[in-house]
Design a protein around this ligand. Structure first.
Ligand code: FAD
Ligand code: NAP
Length: 405
């Protein structure tokens, strides 16, 4: 059996691994990037080198790796299917969610994705410039990406010098005047998107102060109302205790600090010609009929002065020509990894999805292993029951054109 895997990030790597456990399976891996490993290379923060080593388990040396090939542009789904029994799409979620507020396009306002790709040396973002000349930066959203960015902005650059951080980013951070990073969460601490371990790792650092405004720890409007996500679990209470402890600490006067704000949404990025700050509204949180706790403006406005604003509000996938795509959720509609027509629920023969393009931009690297394994199980079952068409023999002239530039 021959399978094409599109995307060499964690989902593609784990899918290739699961396929190559079986004898007589050949795998071609395609990636539009000129370097493999997806977000492990261009997303994971440079001070998390151990995490980057996870990519060592991907079996690309035993597969045929075609880099610089964008499926949908340099080759099509039909072309891949002509020479493979099946194609697994593991193309991730590379499009930023937007804030959709005034001022989002001002110079000095960027997505966290652009900033992360720049400090990780993604060639597509080489030559970018971020103005680090003011004292304060604001990050909108409080997921783990926001924490990565806050950490990189406040870490002594000499500690980053021994990592694989891109040279231009290291030089810019050495010259940076940013001393305070404000992380803005629209819901309360009990619904913060970051993981407790990542928050604890910040609080444990001696070289920065982590500041929490105790007044923002109570979530008005939701006391005693557990939501569908089970936020009143012992783990959630432990997290609240850890944040309360941080709020009770006296700042040490460290040179750099991260301020966690909760129950606050941006309503406008301010500036005349370039960013000067963010106008925010205080929220209250209430649990809706569907069991989800949502933030709603409570009408009190304030302004945070800042010269750099980074939106870190998640990602969505993008469509591949000729295959179904759900614009609402940003994923390829699928059942256990089998891509389906969303209207008829009919399976698209030979087309599978794994990773963030299958289930949305959620979860750590390891989550993609379980996800990719499920997809490979579906694919193998279809092969064994004769549901996959036999492709043409491999062709030396099969058009896989390298991307230019
Ligand atoms: P990706 O890793 O995005 O891989 C998708 C691949 O598909 C890319 O290589 C891309 O070039 C390729 N591709 C896309 N479209 C095409 C196309 N049309 N043709 C060919 N190739 C294509 N998790 C952790 O456990 N620890 C961390 O420290 C951590 N840090 C993170 C930092 C950031 C900034 C982000 C955004 C996420 C982080 N995560 C971390 C989460 C983790 O990176 C994801 O769970 C994982 O990368 C998703 O895997 P994926 O293979 O679905 O997508
Ligand atoms: P995320 O966890 O989904 O967080 C997105 C954040 O943006 C949330 O705080 C969300 O608030 C907020 N948000 C969304 N829309 C908003 C809006 N319009 N206004 C204000 N805030 C808004 O996304 P992420 O940080 O990009 O991380 C993606 C995935 O990668 C996560 O699963 C994460 O765990 C993983 N990751 C892991 C690591 C690690 O393990 N070290 C590092 C980086 C990333 P609501 O919660 O209210 O929606």
């Amino acid at each position: 059996m021959r399978v094409a895997v599109v995307g060499s990030g964690p989902a593609g790597g784990y899918a290739a691994n699961a396929l190559l456990q079986h004898r007589n399976v050949e795998v071609d891996v395609y990636d539009r990037s000129h370097a493999p490993h997806g977000l492990i290379r261009y997303g994971v923060a440079p001070d998390h080198q151990e995490t980057k080593r996870i990519a060592d388990v991907f079996p690309f040396a035993r597969a045929r790796l075609h880099l610089g090939v964008e499926v949908g542009k340099h080759s099509s789904h039909d072309e891949l299917l002509e020479f493979h029994h099946a194609v697994i799409y593991a193309t991730g979620a590379e499009v930023d969610n937007r804030l959709n507020i005034p001022g989002e396009g001002l110079p000095g306002s960027h997505s966290a994705r652009e900033f992360v790709a720049w400090y990780n040396g993604d060639p597509e973002h080489a030559g970018r410039e971020f103005d680090l000349s003011t004292e304060r930066a604001v990050i909108i959203g409080n997921g783990n990406v926001a924490l990565d960015v806050a950490r990189i902005l406040t870490t002594d650059p000499e500690q980053l010098a021994s990592t694989d951080i891109a040279d231009p980013a290291l030089a810019a951070l050495r010259a940076s005047r940013i001393r305070e990073v404000v992380v803005l969460g629209r819901r309360g601490v009990d619904h913060a998107a970051y993981s407790t371990a990542e928050f604890l790792a910040l609080v444990d650092r001696a070289d920065i102060d982590v500041v929490v405004d105790a007044d923002e720890l109570a979530s008005p409007g939701r006391a005693g109302q557990p939501d569908a996500a089970g936020q009143d679990s012992p783990l959630a209470r432990l997290r609240l205790d850890i944040v309360r402890e941080a709020a009770a600490r006296k700042p040490t006067g460290a040179d750099r600090r991260i301020i966690f704000r909760y129950l606050a949404s941006p309503v406008e990025i301010l500036g005349d010609g370039r960013v000067t700050g963010v106008r925010i509204v205080r929220n209250e949180v209430s649990v809706d009929g569907d069991g989800v706790a949502r933030a709603r403006p409570a009408g009190v406005y304030g302004t945070i002065d800042a010269g750099l604003v980074l939106g870190s509000v998640g990602y969505r996938g993008s469509a591949i020509a000729g295959l179904p795509f759900d614009d609402g959720t940003g994923v390829m509609p699928n059942v256990a990894g089998r891509i389906v027509d969303p209207r008829t629920h009919d399976e698209i023969p030979g087309a599978y999805a794994a990773g963030w393009i299958k289930r949305g931009a959620r979860g750590v690297i390891g989550s993609n292993k379980v996800c990719a394994n499920e997809t490979v199980e579906s694919l193998l079952a279809d092969y064994l029951t004769g549901r996959l068409e036999t492709p043409s023999p491999p062709s030396p002239t099969f058009c896989v054109r390298p991307a230019k530039g």
